[in-house]
Design a protein around this ligand. Structure first.
Ligand code: PLP
Length: 632
């Protein structure tokens, strides 16, 4: 298990149990071992056939743990409450969850429910996000904030104003200067007194990958000059009382508390200036950025790590706001954060299966007959290389051997291309060169494990921005892995592979397939934020199946509360405007026409086709054998 660094990135939720399987501690408490859930047992239960008590879902699979979500929310709240108390801070913390991090209905509903006791709210960045936030918050705490960020048109602003009419604690955050005119006009027409926030462009710049939206040239927010113009406009129409919130966002994955303190202090100065200018300021919204330590290295100069804990983050924020406001004699504002990654990353695990491996094995023995035959067909130069290769091998000059082997191979490829060498001879040369590399210990020792997954659908940030997540086998962790491998997905795309892993490794220690009797399951951890919504449909591989799992009565027992199969072939075809029902009818009709003298076969084909439209696009279990393919 140490090989996979679980002890660094896993606590307090992930560990390895005595069976060598990953176990989940849904309450983040290592002192409650009887509450650990064996992840392999969950996977077996969910993917096992219905005939043996399983749920019959296909992999890949997302396993959600709502208890982990609850624990994350409570830990964030507790960290801020502790910081407020220990600083003697004059107000409270009241966070919002940016739904863009994971808009799944049950994730958002859980957050609203778990956050009720501490008035936890939601942040939306688009019209559909606003609609979902409005409807979810109807069941939320009436004081919970509904922060409306993002570029807005009249419809977005009208929706936000309607939300206020529905007694949701809505704040329209001006992201562009022009939005203020729409807010003034529409609020009059709809007869609603709006609560307005401004998003400030900070000068503080986050230098990591996620910092491109920060700094003076950042994509979002108002410059100092624009904020002043907005204030004058609101003043002129008697709406200064509406301006109550200052928002800024330093960038996601803020690496250190030094940068955090710097940015928050700058934001707090702007907040105090707005108070001085006559706004009725109540809330400082510090945006997202609370980071996740994906590799557990606690490093401050990496995009996948952060050098602070939740508690240190909260203390830095509270301390920075308080210092500025107290110096200026401004009442301590409510502190709001839009922490997304930090709330949802841990709660779900993506499980996928390795289906086969191209293991670098010893090449087949080459008989002297094959070699003679090979030598016969070679050009004079190539034959020279072959003889030199043999001679240097006899003399023990191994470096020279490699040079001649490479040269020979290239000449043979050229010969093959021009048609003077057959496939058998080319294969014999490949075998010979591999034999030489293996004998000299320079063969590529990395195997390729084919996985039943689409990187583009399920780990899009790896493909798009090189984001690394902990990926490990979820079982056999008590056995030493014998192979190093990279993971290659199902898509017909050379980018559909994972060849970089946390710790800077370009391969992953893996176990030989077939050992342990059954499938070989891998898990991608800490991917609960962003990955689900960002994923695409490359090669028409849709999303994974999803289950929600909770601890239940009895030691180590769990309950699967909701199990939803991933989109079927028909579902993904529909996204691209195809009409699966019509497609099926057309194919069925064709089968009946072509097989009019074989009625039963035609009917069998039609029901096989129907099953294919209904099945997920991923490889089905055991489908390498024709027995389970549904047509025969
Ligand atoms: N708020 C805003 C305005 C953002 O742009 C983002 C993401 O970049 C977030 C909140 C969430 O950030 P994080 O997931 O780092 O907490």
């Amino acid at each position: 298990a140490a090989l996979y660094r679980i002890d660094r990135w896993g606590p307090p939720y992930f560990a390895v149990n005595s069976s060598g399987n990953v176990s989940i501690r849904p309450f983040g408490d290592a002192t409650l071992p009887h509450q650990e859930i064996d992840l392999l047992k969950v996977v077996k239960k969910v993917s096992g056939p219905k005939s043996t008590g399983g749920l019959g879902l296909n992999l890949p699979l997302i396993v959600r743990f709502p208890d982990v979500l609850k624990n994350r929310l409570e830990s964030l709240q507790a960290a801020f409450e502790y910081a407020v108390e220990s600083h003697g801070y004059g107000s409270h913390y009241q966070g919002v969850y940016p739904v863009k991090c994971n808009q799944d209905r049950f994730v958002v509903e859980d957050i609203v429910k778990f956050g009720y006791p501490f008035r936890f709210g939601l942040e939306a960045g688009s019209k559909p996000e606003l609609l979902l936030a409005m409807s979810c918050l109807c069941k939320g705490n009436p004081d919970a904030l509904l922060v409306c960020n993002g570029f807005k048109d009249a419809e977005y602003i009208s929706l936000a104003l309607i939300a206020r009419k529905l007694s949701l604690n809505t704040v329209i955050v001006l992201e562009q200067e022009e939005e203020v005119d729409l807010v003034i006009d529409l609020s009059r027409r709809l007869n609603v007194r709006p609560v307005i926030g401004v998003r400030a462009k900070l000068r503080t710049k986050h230098s990591g990958h996620f910092g491109s939206t920060s700094g003076e040239k950042g994509k979002f927010g108002l410059t100092t000059t624009q904020i002043l113009r907005v204030v004058r406009k609101l003043d002129a129409v008697g709406m200064m009382d509406c301006l109550q919130l200052l928002h800024f966002h330093i960038g996601s994955q803020i690496p250190s508390t030094t940068l955090l303190t710097d940015g928050v202090a700058e934001g707090a100065q702007i907040y105090c200036e707005l108070v001085r200018l006559g706004a009725c300021m109540q809330v400082i919204d510090i945006g997202g950025g609370l980071g996740i330590d994906y590799d557990g290295s606690k490093s401050t100069d990496s995009d996948i790590s952060v050098g602070y804990t939740l508690e240190e983050y909260a203390c830095a924020v509270v301390g920075a706001v308080q210092a500025v406001c107290d110096r200026k004699g401004v009442n301590n504002p409510i502190i709001c954060s839009e922490s997304g990654r930090a709330i949802v990353s841990h709660h779900s695990i993506l499980i996928f299966e390795a289906i086969s491996a191209s293991v670098s094995t010893l090449p087949p023995a080459i008989s002297s007959l094959a070699l003679d035959y090979l030598a016969d067909g070679l050009t004079e130069e190539a034959r020279g290389d072959y003889q030199n290769l043999s001679a240097s091998a006899m003399r023990g000059e191994y470096d020279t051997c490699l040079v001649y082997a490479d040269q020979l191979k290239q000449r043979c490829i050229d010969q093959f291309k021009e048609g003077s060498l057959g496939m058998e001879q080319l294969a014999a040369v490949d075998g010979l060169c591999e034999l030489v590399s293996n004998a000299l210990g320079v063969a590529d020792p990395v195997s390729t494990y084919h996985v039943n997954l689409s990187v583009f659908t399920s780990i899009p940030d790896f493909w798009g921005i090189g984001q690394l997540f902990p990926i490990i086998p979820i079982h056999r962790l008590d056995q030493r892995p014998g192979v190093r491998g990279i993971l290659s997905d199902l898509t017909c795309d050379s980018d559909g592979k994972i060849d970089k892993f946390i710790g800077g490794d370009s391969s992953l220690p893996l176990h030989e397939l077939g050992g342990g009797g059954g499938g070989y399951y891998l898990g991608m951890f800490l991917g609960g934020a962003y990955e689900e919504a960002l994923g695409g449909l490359h090669n028409l591989f849709g999303g994974p199946s999803v289950v929600r799992v909770s601890q239940s009565d009895g030691p180590h027992s769990f309950a699967v509360m909701r199990a939803v199969p991933g989109p079927s072939c028909g579902d993904v075809l529909r996204v691209m405007q195809h009409e699966p029902e019509l497609m099926f009818q057309a194919l069925k009709h064709r089968a009946e026409e072509c097989l009019h003298h074989e009625e039963e076969t035609a009917a069998g084909l039609a029901s096989g086709l129907a099953r294919s439209f209904n099945n997920m696009p991923y490889l089905l279990p055991g489908s390498a054998s024709s027995v389970s393919c549904g047509f025969i």
